[in-house]
Design a protein around this ligand. Sequence first.
Ligand SMILES: Cc1cc2nc3c(=O)[nH]c(=O)nc-3n(C[C@H](O)[C@H](O)[C@H](O)COP(=O)(O)O)c2cc1C
Length: 224
Amino acid sequence: MTLQEAIVARHSVRQYKNQAIEAEKVEQLHAAIEEANRKAGLHLQLVTDEPEAFAKGLAKYGKFSGINNYIALVCRKGMDEQLGYHGERIVLLAQTLGLNSCWVGLTFSKQPDHYTIGEGETLHGVIAFGYGATQGVGHPVKPVEKFYKAPAGDIPEWFRRGVEAAVLAPTAMNMQKFEFELLPDGRVAARTRFALVGTYLKIDLGIVKCHFELGAGMENVRWA
Ligand SMILES: Cc1cc2nc3c(=O)[nH]c(=O)nc-3n(C[C@H](O)[C@H](O)[C@H](O)COP(=O)(O)O)c2cc1C
């Protein structure tokens, strides 16, 4: 499965089978996490065999079950967009390995003994992953025209493919508060839209930019 196929196949999955993840797959995820940390200065951490974060409280309310593995989303303040971008690359990698996942900002309980939060850093949430009980279902998708602005006339095919990939992306509460603009010089601006709850907007923006690049083809995208 390619990353582009993973964009279509991925849906949030909240119930997992009691099935161990093969060591090679854990190692691939670990390597991807280390690379993201190195490239972007993040502090993502792989937590395995840890069932407590989803054992009680809000997690139950959120209908999570069978989660033993997750990525702790730790970074310094102001790094939310990079966190979203690199976190989603790892989500899509997991999907290509046959694993399911779910970004979780709120509905889990913190387990500080299982990861490190350095000075000036925050835990923004986790990405739960494992073998899903199901493959999940697609979220409602509005017409792509609602998500972009462009000069009058036909938009290039690569730009349309980018927006189509972005609307399939996970966003907090499926808010999809983002838009892309094709500028007259061919560069692309990506922005958040107003939302009453703004906590995850920048993380969402990083996630949808990751999808846009994969859909459009990196060679076509010059960010404004
Ligand atoms: C930053 C972020 C935070 C999220 N937090 C939660 C959460 O706390 N609980 C939950 O059940 N789902 C959470 N989600 C999953 C979204 O609800 C889900 O991505 C959205 O409804 C779209 O569905 P899909 O991922 O199946 O396409 C979160 C997603 C993102 C991107």
